[in-house]
Write a protein that binds this ligand. Structure first.
Ligand code: ZN
Length: 305
């Protein structure tokens, strides 16, 4: 009897061990939604998948919509099968059934990453605008909500009339940390140089930002708003975990794609996606993170060794 007990104990310890190992190594399931965009989505969605998969943390699938003005009726992704949905989509409305499935997923506590021009999408979809908090272009104006920016380090909600969404010339620019404690940015430098990219400015919307993580100064000399603009933040939307990153304008090819080849962009994407999926960030701060002196590139999108 004692032997049997010992054996059972051993078996359960081994099984427990396996369960722990499995829990650790089980990849986070991500779904990248793409297929239409005013950007080079043919490059961006594949690069997003590469960044996620090469990290070893994620198993990223891709779902593409029909092309513009195409038949969207068969676009019915199984959002609920994923830990995080990465939006790389700016195009025609989805079928009503798919809209509802997406809302059910998000409102049920789903994880979402809003990447770059995904915040241009669906200007007329009220609930989507609450999911992104701030958006631009596509007819957005004072009816979409206030402008949101920082003045002397304090958030301003500005209801003045005008279009939502613009950007100056592409350039390298410093990123300014606004929250040292949030798991997505904890341990990252307060200031670092982002590789050449657009800086979205004058974005508007319900502005239901939860945690403002990084801002940048949209210099008027390069065609910007002259304001300290929100660029990376989380969104206050019920139980959902939503990470919005305005960085990452796609280049002409995966090889010539500086904004996405930035180690800072890739780090934030990975940490934001992990947080959106799990509520935690276990990734260490990489050694090749940009500094306040210079940008840092991962040309092949592989994580730092
Ligand atoms: Zn862009």
């Amino acid at each position: 009897m004692k032997k049997l007990l010992k054996y059972l104990l051993l078996v359960s310890v081994v099984m427990l061990g396996c369960a722990c190992v499995n829990a650790k190594s089980k990849p986070i399931k991500a779904l990248i939604v793409s297929g239409q965009n005013n950007h080079n989505w043919q490059v961006s969605h594949k690069v997003l998948q590469l960044i996620l998969n090469q990290s070893g943390l994620f198993e990223a699938d891709i779902v593409l919509t029909a092309p513009a003005r195409g038949d969207m009726s068969s676009f019915k992704p199984d959002f609920a099968a994923y830990d995080v949905v990465v939006l790389d989509y700016n195009g025609d409305r989805w079928p009503a059934e798919t809209d509802q499935a997406f809302l059910d997923y998000v409102q049920g506590g789903g994880g979402v990453v809003v990447y770059h021009a995904a915040d241009n999408a669906f200007s007329g979809w009220e609930e989507f605008n609450k999911i992104i908090a701030l958006g631009g272009w596509e007819g957005r104006n004072e009816k979409s909500g206030p402008y949101y920016y920082l003045k002397d380090g304090v958030p301003v909600l500005d209801n003045s009339a005008g279009p939502g969404g613009s950007h100056g010339a592409q350039r390298e620019y410093p990123m300014h940390c606004r929250d040292k404690k949030h798991p997505i940015v904890k341990g990252l430098p307060d200031n670092w140089i982002h590789a050449k990219d657009e800086m979205y400015d004058r974005m508007r919307g319900p502005a239901n930002i939860k945690d403002l993580l990084y801002t940048g100064f949209a210099d008027k000399q390069t065609g910007g708003s002259g304001r300290e603009e929100p660029l990376v933040f989380t969104v206050d939307y019920g139980k959902a975990r939503i990470f919005h990153i305005m960085l990452g304008h796609a280049g002409p090819t995966a090889e010539n794609n500086p904004a996405m080849q930035c180690a800072g962009f890739q780090t934030l994407l990975l940490r934001g996606a992990e947080w959106a999926a799990t509520g935690k960030v276990k990734q260490p701060v990489p050694k090749d993170f940009p500094t306040d002196k210079s940008p840092s590139y991962r040309y092949n999108y592989a994580p730092a060794k």
